[in-house]
Ligand binder design. Structure first.
Ligand SMILES: Cc1cc2nc3c(=O)[nH]c(=O)nc-3n(C[C@H](O)[C@H](O)[C@H](O)COP(=O)(O)O)c2cc1C
Length: 199
């Protein structure tokens, strides 16, 4: 017998580090937070990653329509970036306005400060009903604006974020998660086959 809440707590052991996912469409830039990103290739010459993004997030359609995204591993001094990108939608505001960034090689925003970043071209997608799992070919890599590929700071894991976020953020975080879970519950069983066309 499944016990949904306990099962979900166990599944939280499968969350990824906290990542900032950026996108750009017709000059409009955006960023969001995910803790569902994975290395998706063991072949060094074919570097790939995947990330799971809900359809109701503004970033989703920007990525789906452009076939490009930036994915940043963050460090433990970047809680403010997690709140700014992960607690509000880019539909209502320019979330990147206060976060130093530059245009990456593919045109997606690259945060100047991060543990490491990857620019990706979408290679395939999988529909989950409520979200899309994007498979990205890594086409550029770096550590923000730093020269070289030396990661900066200590990697921000999801567990570290959940355990150490300021107490006054927690209610807001839990409320947003609850809302997202409700919407996702309505959509999750409606999985459609999607054929990804490379641009
Ligand atoms: C720690 C954390 C983890 C998150 N993980 C995900 C995730 O895996 N997938 C997702 O779609 N949204 C996730 N979110 C929520 C989005 O970042 C959030 O809904 C954001 O406001 C979307 O912004 P947008 O509408 O500008 O795209 C997470 C948020 C936080 C704070």
């Amino acid at each position: 017998m499944l016990q949904p809440d306990l099962t979900y707590q166990l599944l939280r052991n499968l969350t990824s580090p906290v990542v900032a996912v950026t996108s750009e469409r017709q000059g409009k830039k955006n960023g969001m937070i995910s803790d569902a990103a994975l290395r998706a290739s063991i072949v060094p010459s074919i570097p790939r990653l995947s990330v799971y993004i809900h359809k109701f997030n503004f970033s989703h359609d920007m990525i789906f329509e452009t076939g490009r995204f930036g994915l940043h591993l963050l460090h433990t001094k970047q809680f403010d970036v997690v709140r700014r990108l992960g607690f509000f939608s880019g539909r209502d505001q320019d979330k990147l306005a206060g976060i130093p960034h530059h245009n990456g090689k593919t045109g997606v925003p690259v945060l100047d400060e991060c543990f490491a970043h990857f620019e990706c071209s979408v290679a395939n997608v999988m529909d989950t009903g409520s979200s899309t799992l994007f498979l990205g070919d890594v086409v550029a890599v770096g550590c923000g604006s730093a020269a070289g590929l030396e990661p900066r700071g200590e990697l921000l894991t999801a567990t570290y974020f959940r355990s150490n976020m300021p107490a006054e953020w927690r209610m807001e975080y839990e409320a947003k998660l609850g809302e997202a879970q409700q919407v996702a519950a309505e959509l999750s069983r409606n999985i459609k086959p999607v054929v990804w066309k490379r641009s």
